[in-house]
Write a protein that binds this ligand. Structure first.
Ligand SMILES: O=C(O)CCC(=O)C(=O)O
Ligand SMILES: [Fe+2]
Length: 333
């Protein structure tokens, strides 16, 4: 049997009520866990002329928030527009055409078109469909898994991939310097040129009762970094000082999340940010998350300069494959 897609459900006979599998327990519902007012997330401009100030801003945001918005990063607004267009065009294809890309997460491979399924009745379903594929390195790319329609999907996404590689280098250098490490340290600890970039397009259709549902439930990303852009609809919230903080849409800004692998390498000096996304009654929200991850065989643990007798290692050492296995299966790390 096929998977029930959120997009199909959302548009079937003008759904008025949220089906029970999407209704969150009372203590998780957005209506009972509202974001605080008046708190704004850090915005960092890459055109800051004083390098040492830029390093400090990045390091402070990464350690206090695990999150920041990046502006003046050199990516053309046109490229964001094209990326958005090809993603929207894919999701607007007839359902049958999209199903040809249906993924099979049961073997640990998420590439393709997907909707998360639940393992038991208590577990709730997220109000989101996605498309996931590897973008880099080229040796790991399987173009058969990429949308062939619209035909420009590949060209646009390859352009975006180049920009993401450039920005990954730049941000990892700043983050290394912020830990008083040599510039190349974090990148080389993550596999250097073997670092992988994964694209996940999240598609959140309008939801009849958004106050009871979640688009993506609270989680930290298992990546090292996540570089995300969205359409003009806000919805992302991050956890800071025991409260949810809403991240307002900022045109052409890139949302940078510190993920688990950087928290481990930095021995907890940088924080992997807990975040969730909300959905919307009238508007469709889409986001494009690029996960920067080490290849499976790379061993990740706190970097030796960052622990000592007084400040011992806070995390165990394991390969990224092992880490991933534990996280997927909710096993202790
Ligand atoms: O859509 C968003 O803003 C967040 C998505 C997200 O957290 C994820 O895909 O890991
Ligand atoms: Fe995430």
């Amino acid at each position: 049997m096929g998977v029930e897609r959120i997009q199909t459900l959302a548009f079937s006979n003008q759904l008025k009520e949220l089906p029970p599998q999407f209704i969150r327990p009372v203590n998780e519902r957005p209506e009972n866990t509202k974001a605080v007012e008046g708190v704004t997330v850090p915005v960092i401009s890459l055109s800051q002329p004083h390098h040492h100030l830029l390093v400090r801003e990045v390091a402070e945001a990464a350690s206090q928030w695990g999150f920041f918005l990046l502006t003046n990063h050199g990516i053309s607004p046109w490229l964001f527009k094209l990326l958005q267009e090809v993603g929207e065009q894919f999701f607007a294809l007839p359902q049958k055409e999209k199903e040809a890309y249906a993924n099979d997460p049961s073997n640990g491979n998420f590439e393709g078109y997907g909707t998360k399924m639940t393992k038991n009745l208590e577990e709730k379903v997220e109000w989101v469909d996605y498309f996931f594929h590897i973008m880099a390195p080229s040796s790991k790319v399987n173009y058969d898994k990429w949308p062939k329609n619209p035909p420009s999907y590949r060209e646009v996404t390859e352009k975006y991939n180049k920009e993401m590689l450039r920005l990954t280098n730049e941000v990892l250098e700043l983050l290394s310097e912020g830990l008083e490490l040599e510039k190349k340290t974090l990148k080389s600890s993550l596999g250097d040129e073997k670092i992988e970039l994964e694209m996940k397009i999240n598609m959140y259709p309008p939801c009849p009762q958004p106050e009871l549902a979640l688009g993506v439930e609270p989680h930290t990303d298992m990546s090292a970094l996540t570089l995300l852009v969205s359409n003009e609809v806000s919805g992302l919230q991050i956890w800071k000082d025991n409260k949810w903080v809403a991240v307002d849409y900022l045109q052409n800004a890139i949302f940078v999340h510190i993920g688990d692998q950087l928290e481990i390498l930095s021995n907890g000096k940088y924080k992997s940010v807990l975040h969730r996304s909300l959905v919307n009654k009238e508007c469709k929200r889409m986001s494009w998350a690029v996960f920067v991850v080490p290849p499976h065989e790379v061993v990740i643990g706190p970097l030796p300069p960052l622990f000592n007798d007084h400040d011992p290692p806070k995390f165990s050492i394991k390969t990224y494959a092992e880490y991933r296995h534990c996280k997927f299966n909710k096993l202790p790390q």
